[in-house]
Design a protein around this ligand. Structure first.
Ligand SMILES: Cc1cc2nc3c(=O)[nH]c(=O)nc-3n(C[C@H](O)[C@H](O)[C@H](O)COP(=O)(O)OP(=O)(O)OC[C@H]3O[C@@H](n4cnc5c(N)ncnc54)[C@H](O)[C@@H]3O)c2cc1C
Ligand code: FES
Length: 408
């Protein structure tokens, strides 16, 4: 098993990844240490069938598993869905809205990319990811052209906090989901999961696509709106006017969204939370529009499909520093050497912190700074609010003084 894991995480593309690869053995072996040191008890082996959801999530987030593609569905000309299943039959424990990191080898080099689950989270023996082709993109084109039923690759995860919190008993809520293009993938997972579980969440989806043929999951969304008329409503917005499909033409920028909300009489006063996922310019316009209409920014959750870029470090530590990891009242000290990221230092010490992209693009390695200072490579995916709240991305954090962080 470990042999095949090593094969799939071989040949990294940057020095940081080379060092991380050498430590994959350490993660696998030290999954026990993760709980031993941070949770206070020993974890079961990676393929243990009776692990709890939390244990599975912790293990899978830190260590790759090999999956096989069991179905390929072309959603649109540019989007393909892959159903993946663990080669050993182990279940997937994830929350709707989370993503997995796919590791594929192209010409002998391993590339990692994040793809959100688009399937419901309550189906645990398989996961669907849906990949939109990016012009000139390495991995998305590889998946479109080379991945077929039976293809095997490794995945990490689940990761991410683009998730809907559980409902308090007796409570009900209305959520607005705003998606653009492939940003529908995590939102589709949330919609499928929420509609299938209980009847106290109402959902309104505003979904922007270039044209009617670019609408991903179009038929299923219409079918869900018919099946749950009191709980789910979908409003399409198309770049090219198409009155047969929707009265809304244009883009989901600040003015575009406001016009749609007015015309559809969607008043934000009755909305509990908004979830937004789409191209970068859309996200900013949507945030401005929602905030201008009175939605507190803290009630809006964003998922950004940032492409990983080689991070650039401006700062470098001159001497080793002590790092204290805290988790649920327990603590552990380790040393960060000059030139090591916080993630590398933790992994070197045998602490299997979760990580995914290793390039500041996904948020999987987020910890909270309690004391001390770090410098992070930019750009990275942290929002201003997360930065203000002390969030640190361990994979791109250079430790500049003795440091104390809260994990998980
Ligand atoms: C948390 C997270 C979840 C994601 N979920 C999904 C998902 O469910 N479905 C999906 O299709 N993608 C998703 N992505 C994006 C995905 O990880 C890749 O970035 C994308 O597939 C492009 O990879 P690539 O190797 O083809 O392109 P690359 O070779 O990495 O990039 C090629 C060029 O395209 C640009 N580029 C890369 N990505 C994009 C983009 N999304 N939009 C515009 N330009 C881009 C790059 O800047 C570069 O110039 C997600 C990303 C994140 C961080
Ligand atoms: S592992 Fe993706 S941001 Fe750190």
């Amino acid at each position: 098993m470990l042999g095949s894991i090593r094969r799939f995480v071989a040949e990294p593309i940057a020095p940081v990844r080379r060092r991380l690869r050498a430590r994959v053995d350490v993660f696998s072996r030290d999954l026990r240490m993760l709980k031993g040191s941070l949770l206070g008890k020993h974890p079961p082996p990676f393929r243990e069938r009776h692990a709890t959801a939390t244990e599975l999530t912790l293990q899978a987030a830190a260590s790759p598993r090999v999956v096989r593609v069991s179905a390929v569905t072309r959603e649109t000309a540019d989007c393909v869905s892959l159903v993946i299943e663990d080669v050993c039959g182990a279940p997937f424990a994830f929350s709707a809205g989370q993503f997995f990191t796919v590791i594929v080898h192209i010409d002998g080099v391993a590339y990692r990319r994040a793809y959100s689950a688009s399937s419901a989270a309550n189906v645990t023996d398989k996961v669907t990811i849906s990949v939109k082709r990016v012009h000139g993109g390495l991995v998305s084109n590889f998946i479109h052209e080379r991945v077929v039923v039976g293809t095997e690759f490794a995945v990490l995860g689940p990761s991410g906090d683009f998730v809907v919190p559980p409902l308090e008993s007796e409570a009900s809520r209305t959520l607005v989901m705003i998606a653009g293009g492939s940003g529908i993938t995590p939102i589709a997972s949330i919609i499928r999961t929420e509609l299938a579980s209980g009847d106290r969440t109402k959902l309104i989806l505003v979904y922007g696509s270039r044209s009617s043929t670019d609408i991903i999951f179009g038929r299923e969304l219409s079918a869900l709106a018919c099946a749950y008329p009191d709980r789910f409503r979908v409003v399409h917005v198309l770049g090219e006017a198409n009155e047969r499909v929707t009265p809304h033409a244009g883009v989901l920028d600040r003015e575009g969204l406001s016009a749609v909300l007015d015309r559809e009489r969607i008043g934000l006063e009755s909305i509990d939370r908004c979830y937004v996922c789409g191209p970068e310019p859309m996200m900013d316009g949507v945030r401005d529009s929602l905030v201008a209409r009175g939605m507190p920014v803290g009630n809006i959750t964003f998922e950004r499909f940032l492409a990983p870029r080689a991070p650039s470090f401006d700062a470098r530590a001159d001497e080793p520093h002590t790092v204290t990891l805290r988790h649920k009242g327990r603590s552990l000290d380790l040393v960060a050497m000059p030139g090591q990221t916080l993630l590398e230092a933790a992994l070197a010490a045998g602490e299997a912190l979760p990580f995914s992209c290793t390039m500041g693009g996904c948020g999987a390695c987020k910890v909270k700074r309690l004391a001390g200072s770090v410098a992070m490579a930019e750009p990275n995916c942290l929002t201003e609010t997360e930065r203000r709240e002390g969030a640190v991305l361990a994979c791109v954090a250079c430790v500049l003084s003795d440091l104390e962080v809260e994990v998980g």
